[in-house]
Design a protein around this ligand. Structure first.
Ligand code: ZN
Length: 491
């Protein structure tokens, strides 16, 4: 056992103590804050080829800098106006963007990544092959897979990720807290979602009985996790949302009650919707309506919700999503690899729908890089509507501001303005793959490559430096992952 029950419990205790100490801290008086203004900032990233602030005017600053203090952006500016700083990172020749935001993932699936028996089936085939294996999920597996999944995301410039963990096997333990501990250990901003499945094969659903729960258990656990972990301050490192899995794995009653509970607790709602035409057929046969009609019927047609995939909406449904303000997590790699179709992203954005990007689970889109998703979003947009429809700036917008909107964090993350989270990525634009790309740093960032982040910074802390994770435990966690994933796959 590489992460023992004792170690897990000790991590949990440290985590709880940390929050208590934070809550007990006497926050600085206005006078102290004033005095601090003249102190050096904590971190200065300077001399970038370009800083893409993603502020309200989409300001881009050649030769720019970003200053971070107390985990938040203190100021940004052009060459010659840099403030004093305790720590300086030079970004010569680099593009600096806000940290990218991942709006859809299932990190536990990296335990069955590129699993050959499931690689050639449809979405429904793929799920039914893998559900019995995922039934082995426990706290250790959830912790290690989330840790590795978040580490992979950080290498790709992601600073905030959600995770949709919807497999809760009987006796599996507190999997969501196990994930949150992983995010806290690595230092990424994390939106846990309490996923759920309540409609098993015996009730006409897709998953086996061993991984579904009853509605009351799901809702009680959701409420407990929100009370325990959800933070409401603008720079919150952890939030919790409610996330019944999909129309073919939960009952309409659970969808309805989840929406009511989310409203009562003031947290967000997430689910899969309109991923595949099989889902349209299932909903018509089972409920006598299309997935979006069901979605509206059970009280989800609000700006509190964001949905994953949204490949199959008809034009009326696109317009409805815009009216409702419901967000969409566009998962281009997963949509391609599962062959479910081309999502109408240009139409959704034109209708006013907040569109973010998601890497999706590591057993469908087996590579989890927000840079790759940004590039694939650009390529698929061009494939569907021509190159003018989706340029690199459109993809960057989805990967930052669109993602923040999906997670309910507009103005708080994914924008380099004073007071927003001090989360950013530094991208090298040199070497053979970028040679000759002189005219536009943002187009070069996404058209050339492949790229990983040179530096990934969350709340002013370096998570990735020179393309390497700074955490000392990477090798240990990868060894643990090797053991668990082999056990899952019977190897
Ligand atoms: Zn998914």
């Amino acid at each position: 056992m590489l992460l023992s029950r004792e170690l897990f419990n000790s991590l949990l205790t440290q985590f709880a103590t940390g929050w208590m100490l934070w809550e007990m801290t006497d926050h600085e008086s206005p006078a102290a804050e004033q005095a601090a203004l003249s102190d050096p900032v904590d971190l200065l990233v300077r001399d970038a080829r370009l800083v893409a602030t993603m502020d309200a005017d989409r300001t881009e600053i050649p030769g720019g800098w970003v200053a971070i203090r107390d985990g938040a952006v203190d100021a940004v500016g052009g060459p010659g106006s840099e403030p004093e700083a305790s720590r300086v990172i030079r970004a010569d020749g680099c593009l600096v963007t806000p940290g990218l935001v991942n709006t859809h993932h299932h990190m536990y699936q990296n335990l069955t990544r590129a699993y050959l028996p499931a690689t050639s089936g449809t979405l429904f085939d793929w799920l039914t092959t893998l559900y019995p294996i995922w039934a082995g999920l426990d706290e250790e597996a959830a912790h290690v897979s989330a840790w590795v999944g978040l580490a992979e995301l950080a290498l790709g410039g992601c600073t905030t990720s959600m995770d949709h963990l919807y497999v809760h096997p009987h006796g599996g333990g507190d999997l969501i807290t196990a994930e949150i501990l992983a995010a806290q250990d690595l230092g990424l901003r994390f939106h846990a979602t309490r996923g759920s499945m309540s409609r098993s094969q015996k009730d006409g659903g897709l998953p086996p009985d061993s991984v579904v729960e009853d509605d009351d258990t799901i809702l009680a656990e959701s409420e407990r996790l929100v009370a325990q972990h959800h933070r409401r301050d603008p720079l919150a490192m952890v939030q919790v949302a409610l996330a019944p899995c999909s129309p073919f794995s939960v009952t309409p009653e659970l969808m309805r009650r989840s929406a009511e509970l989310a409203e009562q607790l003031d947290v967000r709602l997430h689910t899969h919707l309109a991923e595949d035409t099989d889902e349209d057929d299932y909903c018509l046969e089972t409920y006598g309506m299309r997935p979006f009609e069901l979605f509206e019927e059970v009280g989800w047609a609000t700006d509190r919700a964001w949905i994953a995939h949204c490949v199959q909406p008809n034009p009326d449904e696109v317009a409805a999503l815009g009216r409702w303000g419901t967000g969409v997590a566009h998962c281009p790699s997963s949509n391609m690899i599962l062959g479910v179709g081309l999502a109408p992203i240009t139409e959704l954005r034109a209708a006013g729908v907040p569109v973010g990007l998601g890497v999706d689970g590591s057993a469908s889109a087996d590579s989890a890089s927000m840079w790759t998703e940004s590039r694939n979003a650009m390529l698929l947009g061009s494939l569907r509507h021509g190159p003018a429809s989706t340029q690199a700036r459109d993809a960057l917008e989805m990967a930052t501001l669109g993602g923040a909107a999906c997670l309910g964090r507009t103005g708080q993350i994914a924008t380099l303005v004073p007071g927003a989270a001090g989360d950013l990525a530094i991208w090298s634009l040199d070497g053979p793959s970028h040679a000759g790309a002189h005219s536009d740093a943002i187009e070069a960032w996404l058209r050339c490559g492949p790229s990983s982040a040179r530096d990934t910074i969350v709340a002013g802390r370096s998570i990735v430096t020179d393309g390497q994770l700074t955490h000392a435990g990477v090798a240990t966690m990868l060894a643990a992952h090797e053991t668990i994933s082999r056990r899952f796959q019977g190897l």
